[in-house]
Design a protein around this ligand. Sequence first.
Ligand code: TXA
Ligand code: MG
Length: 347
Amino acid sequence: MNLNAAVKVISVDPLCPDRAILAQAGEMIRQGRLVAFPTETVYGLGADGLSAPAVRRIFVAKGRPADNPLILHIASLNDLPRVACQVPSSAYALAERFWPGPLTLILPRNKTVPAEVSAGLDTVAVRIPAHRVALALINAGRTPIAAPSANRAGRPSPTTAAHVLHDLGERIDLLLDGGETDVGVESTVLDLTVTPPCLLRPGGITIEELKQVIGRVDLIGVEKTDSGPARSPGLKYRHYAPQTPLLLVSGAEMVAKIIALIAQYQGEGRRVGVLAGEENSNYYKEADYLVIIGRRADLLQIAKNLFAGLRRLDAAGMDVLVAEIFDEQGIGVAIMNRLRKAASEII
Ligand code: TXA
Ligand code: MG
């Protein structure tokens, strides 16, 4: 790993994190410092969620717009009333089924939570992450931890400590390296302050899974990302984007279109990188750089490797990137949501 002089990187066993290391990390959280840590979805950039100055530091380090609120991470359901109020029974039903796990609930904000966390909204985003390092850090810090994904604003979320180091190395105080994250895309964000509950971001928990517990889920928050007013402030910003232009190719003729695009761009003297599933890898042999992120039939694997794949392609020095679309089922909804936001063009 490319060690940076300014940041302390400590390896931790994701299944059995060392108590002394976590005690030290918790102490840093209490001192208002920035600690990046793994969750089951992506790495988070953590700070004391009840301290306004600590929370402000997160925004500065990420270059995050001040109107994009953060998620509070708690370790136990007992801590929910510390951060939220008027918690509906549906929240407890969802928590019972999916927490710890990749589901974030939007609830009325308890006024003890600094307004900075929620970018001034009277709601708050909360989840219990399913990762022993994350839970141990929250317990050691004895405070809810505010944490966005630990990437520079607009970049793909980090799924390894190396990604965090690359984006934020000199801007954080400690990085807990717990290896590659498991889910690979961020948590599902569900607004429980409206009726019916409204999906704001598809993620690790699928829409079908949510419906099994609470019946109706309004998808308007996700569908309107390009046009109507943003209900989740974060939805209006371009995200996950490689610096190199990315074309997302859809339709029944997807493979043929990508083969033709490779030839066309190379004819113009441009170098082409391709992001694809294993099943089609033989068709793209002419690409200047090919990144295979798993089997198309295994969407969990595709989700896990998606952001790392985008980062690898971006680092390869190509002039243009071309990506396959994936089946929009289950976690595929989250995969396609991220790819659409990453794309500069969809054809
Ligand atoms: O999996 C995840 O959720 C990761 C890990 C670290 O937990 N975190 C993450 O945080 O993805 P971030 O900040 O990158 O994304 C949080 C999303 C943003 O789209 C933000 O706008 C939305 O949640 N959000 C946060 N608080 C909100 C609120 N009060 N109302 C509506 N949306 C909110
Ligand atoms: Mg993010």
